[in-house]
Design a protein around this ligand. Structure first.
Ligand code: ADP
Ligand code: MG
Ligand code: ZN
Length: 492
């Protein structure tokens, strides 16, 4: 408003001067120059110096862990580590090396950034974030300098806000932290990574401001091992695509602020969104709201959600949920593995899921065992039994095998070979180089057949149980080991 009046007065006086016969050209020129200078200053001078300054002004994010749906085990592991970080006096007293880095590993859109922010809120720390790609520059030394700045900024930000701790979040750490020497002709990457390691090594529990570095990646496999050593990112938290139950809670979170019609069943939306990440689900609720708004309906209806699912799938090139026959097969296969595992080693299953990840369709995760320096014959036989149980269950319950068991067989064959070359078989002591291929082949087949027969008996005895557990697994998509054991107990 004031601006308009100003312009009005300016133009008015110019007209008067013009009428008076005054030469206004120099004045006009000066005015334009002034406007130009002002623009430059506001854009580059004040705002531009400054993306650094702006970042400094961001305070503690106000995301709480309960705004993150699902991710129960990731949250639990992260909070455990944070509780430890918070107990500074305890750490000092015991002379413990502080946790400096936590790595969040998992696919995009699963809430890693949110987790890092929630960590800052939880520990009452200021939050400074950066992305791996920001450090990659053509000019030697600039990346390293930016790493130094990042650490200093975080400390300064904490001081300014009277906080004693700061969390530095480095997204896409793989961009700057892939194995050194891998990126040819780019010594720059190595210098940047080295600088990060130097900064982290320099952190101490006695620092006035405690820094915790949280990094995120979905390519943990390409990270330089130096990053994962003790005293660096030695806590790794797996963040996974949400299960059905988790999808439901994410949908609830993102529809909490939206008017939903009575016919909306978030449960069925959760079921239909197999393989969706949290970000996809957020996008889905947003699209549904847009569709409702376009139709001028005051509330979002179920059909809007359904339509939005298709939109997100097409937009993101997501796979639809596998068909029911495939799901049944995957569930029976994984239940076969899990059941054998529980029969042979009660308490050994930690998770069973039919959510596909990478190439594996579903998977059974086992509780970590003590490191074995020696593998006994029994142990190897158990491992082979568990490996082939997936295929055996498919064969017995669905009367055919599938290609889903290829990796399992490869594992079983590897272990059979270990048995042979450790002299555990009738062949006695045989050497890898001298044994005739034909004989090796026969012996492997014999071992696998013997074990398969035993596995068949166990699977046959438990056919009904496997079917029921598989059915429930299709519903739930994922069970913890305890849930699985409870189910087995109830059904027996
Ligand atoms: P990542 O860092 O793993 O790529 P983000 O944390 O950036 O994922 O998530 C992007 C967006 O997706 C979030 O802002 C949020 O809206 C949504 N989102 C992702 N995961 C979740 C979750 N577990 N609960 C709720 N919202 C989520
Ligand atoms: Mg992110
Ligand atoms: Zn398998």
């Amino acid at each position: 408003m004031v601006k308009e009046i100003g312009i009005g007065i300016g133009v008015g006086s110019l007209i008067i001067l013009l009428i008076e016969g005054f030469n206004i050209l120099p004045l006009l020129f000066l005015g334009i120059l002034g406007i130009f200078l002002y623009q430059m200053l506001t854009q580059n001078g004040i705002a531009g110096t400054t993306s650094r300054q702006q970042a400094l002004n961001k305070k503690i994010p106000s995301i709480e862990f309960n705004k993150i749906g699902g991710q129960d085990s990731a949250k639990k592991e992260l909070i455990e580590a944070l509780d430890f970080v918070k107990d500074l006096n305890g750490i000092k007293h015991m002379g413990i090396r502080a946790i400096k880095g936590i790595l969040l590993s998992g696919p995009p859109g699963t809430g890693k950034t949110m987790l890092a922010k929630a960590a800052a809120y939880y520990t009452d720390s200021v939050f400074r974030s950066a992305s791996g790609s920001e450090f990659i520059e053509m000019y030697a030394g600039l990346g390293a300098k930016r790493v130094r700045n990042l650490f200093n900024d975080a400390r300064q930000l904490a001081r300014k806000n009277n906080k004693s701790s700061a969390i530095i979040f480095i997204d896409e750490i793989d961009v700057l932290g892939s194995k050194r020497g891998q990126v040819s002709s780019h010594l720059e990457y190595d210098q940047t990574l080295n600088q990060l390691l130097v900064e982290m090594d320099g952190l101490s529990v006695d620092d006035q401001i405690q820094l915790l570095i949280i990094a995120a990646t979905n390519r943990i496999d390409i990270l330089d091992q130096a990053l994962l050593r003790p005293g660096r990112f030695d806590r790794i938290v797996q963040v996974e695509l949400p299960s059905k139950q988790a999808r439901l809670s994410i949908l609830r979170i993102h529809t909490a602020n939206k008017p939903l019609a009575k016919d909306v069943e978030l449960e069925s939306i959760a079921r239909e969104t197999f393989q969706f990440s949290g970000a996809h689900l957020e996008n889905l609720t947003n699209e549904a709201a847009i569709l409702a708004l376009r139709e001028d309906t005051p509330q979002i209806k179920q059909k809007h959600f359904i339509e939005a699912i298709d939109k997100v799938i097409m937009g993101e090139k997501l796979d639809r949920r596998p068909n029911q026959t495939e799901l049944t097969r995957i569930a029976v296969h994984e239940t076969g593995h899990a059941l054998l595992s529980e029969v042979l080693k009660p308490g050994s299953v930690s998770t069973i899921t039919i959510t596909s990840r990478g190439k594996a369709l579903g998977y059974v995760r086992h509780n970590p065992e003590d490191d074995l320096y020696l593998q006994t014959e029994d142990y190897l036989e158990e491992q082979i039994s568990i490996s082939i149980a997936g295929a055996v269950a498919e064969k017995l319950l669905l009367s055919s095998k599938s290609t889903g068991a290829r990796n399992d067989f490869e594992k079983a064959i590897q272990m059979a070979k270990i048995m042979i070359f450790s002299g555990m078989t009738k062949l006695g002591m045989v050497g890898e180089e001298t044994i005739p291929r034909e004989l090796l082949h026969q012996e492997i087949s014999r071992i696998l057949q013997d074990i398969e027969e035993k596995v068949m008996i166990i699977v046959k005895d438990n056919q009904g149980l496997i079917r029921q557990v598989a059915d429930e697994l299709i519903e739930a998509e994922r069970f913890s080991g305890d849930q699985l054991r409870q189910l087995i107990k109830n059904k027996c």
